[in-house]
Design a protein around this ligand. Structure first.
Ligand code: NZQ
Ligand code: ZN
Length: 382
């Protein structure tokens, strides 16, 4: 185990914490208040933010879409430059927070913002970001990652840079009350797959990382079993905190990571508009079955410690079945049926993007090349 670990995002957790942003942003800062399609206007969050910003100069930018696009975000970059903004306040789910990371870095760069996604520019500075989370799922509120779509070319790429990790994040679970069932299930499953990507690799005997990952997975199983009784503070708070901890960088320190499900999943979202979490449940069970020998040790450990399955020769197989049933219990699909397109066309379209994005050696062992990904897609697509 060798690592350096820091997570400098200050978390303000609980009811009424939106008001605390007043003290977390310097009074001299000019703020860009950036949000999505308007859910915050329906649930009172917009007004709470306006009240909290009463001592600050601020401008607003709305319309960041789910799976945020470069095309929309570049308009926010122009606004930042024009208005002399020096602090970004992102109010929304992963899409708004990811989008704000792009805006924070692209605003201090003279070239095209997309260069950051293509790795042609590695930002050394970015405007500071504060996040008010309205949808627990991605962990973006306290991590250094962002996933951005270029609509023109149907590409969805990510970048990681510690300079875009938010300085603070407000996690008030009351704002989740207006979340539709679909988004709550998505959030639960996205957090689950985040833990899996950092856990279902090969055993290294990392007791802290494994033990905490198993706790987070068990939490998510309990919350899913209790999904019908979700209208209470404890359920919401536990999901919000679990999803945050699932991808705040802690459980991945010093251990191998996979992320192949996410990389392949992003191509389904970019080409077919599948919700992020739903792209993961399409890919992951087939990917795990394909990689079962390499992952057998961790799958067996997960079977015992998370699903409480008995030891047996087929424990790894049973664990994958249990994961698939977990998704199905929340009404998420684990196979993809392209509409108005046959299976071969769909595979070819996805493979062309996968190749263009250089996904030729992914997974914890770099064992998934184009041949292996094609085999997985063949199992995923009906
Ligand atoms: O835009 P508004 O009107 O706010 O509506 C949103 C959106 O339609 C709505 N919503 C959010 N909070 C709400 C609410 N509706 C009612 N009440 C509330 N309190 O929910 C819809 C989906 O929002 P979105 O932000 O897109 O969802 P999510 O948080 O799942 O984010 C998904 C994006 O994050 C990326 C994904 O690829 C996707 O682009 N990811 C980011 C990661 C990261 N930064 O670390 C990791 C993840 O693996 C993921 O890839
Ligand atoms: Zn995810």
């Amino acid at each position: 185990m060798e690592f350096s670990y820091v997570n400098h995002t200050q978390i303000h957790f609980g009811k009424g914490q939106i008001a605390s942003i007043k003290n977390s942003i310097s009074p001299n800062d000019k703020v860009l208040f950036i949000y999505g399609g308007g859910s915050i206007k329906k649930n009172g969050v917009y007004q709470e933010v306006v009240d909290a910003l009463s001592d600050h100069a601020w401008v607003e930018f709305s319309g960041v879409e789910p799976n945020p696009t470069m095309e929309t975000l570049d308009k926010a970059v122009a606004l930042v430059k024009q208005e002399g903004v020096n602090f970004i306040l992102a109010v929304g789910g992963g899409s708004v927070i990811d989008g704000s990371k792009y805006v924070a870095a692209a605003s201090l760069y003279d070239g095209a913002g997309w260069d950051i996604l293509e790795g042609k520019h590695s930002p050394k500075s970015a405007l500071p970001i504060g996040a008010i989370l309205t949808l627990p799922a991605t962990g973006s509120e306290s991590n250094p990652a962002a996933v951005i779509t270029r609509a023109a070319t149907q590409e969805k790429l990510s970048f990681y840079n510690p300079i875009v990790r938010p300085t603070f994040a407000v996690l008030d679970a009351h704002v989740m009350k207006t979340l539709p069932e679909r988004q709550l299930a998505n959030g639960l499953v996205d957090a689950w797959v985040h833990v899996c990507e950092q856990y279902i690799t090969y055993p290294t005997g990392a007791m802290v990382q494994d033990g905490y990952a198993e706790t987070l997975l068990k939490n998510l199983l309990i919350l899913a079993k209790d999904f019908d009784n979700r209208d209470n503070d404890a359920w919401r708070e536990n999901l919000m905190w679990t999803a945050n901890q699932a991808l705040n960088g802690l459980i991945s320190v010093g251990v191998p990571q996979d992320w192949a499900t996410h990389m392949i999943g992003h191509e389904f979202t970019a080409l077919y508009g599948v919700d992020h979490a739903r792209s993961l449940t399409l890919v992951q069970p087939s990917l795990l079955r394909h990689q079962i020998e390499a992952k057998r040790g961790k799958l067996e450990q997960m079977g015992k410690n998370v699903f409480a399955l008995n030891d047996s020769e087929t424990l790894a197989e049973q664990t994958i079945d249990a994961i698939e049933h977990f998704y199905q219990s929340l009404n998420l699909e684990t196979r993809f049926k392209p509409e108005g397109e046959d299976k071969t066309n769909s595979i070819e379209k996805l493979m062309a993007q996968i190749e263009a994005h250089g996904l030729t050696a992914i997974g914890e062992n770099q064992a998934l090349g184009l041949k292996e990904i094609r085999e997985i897609l063949n199992a995923v697509i009906l």
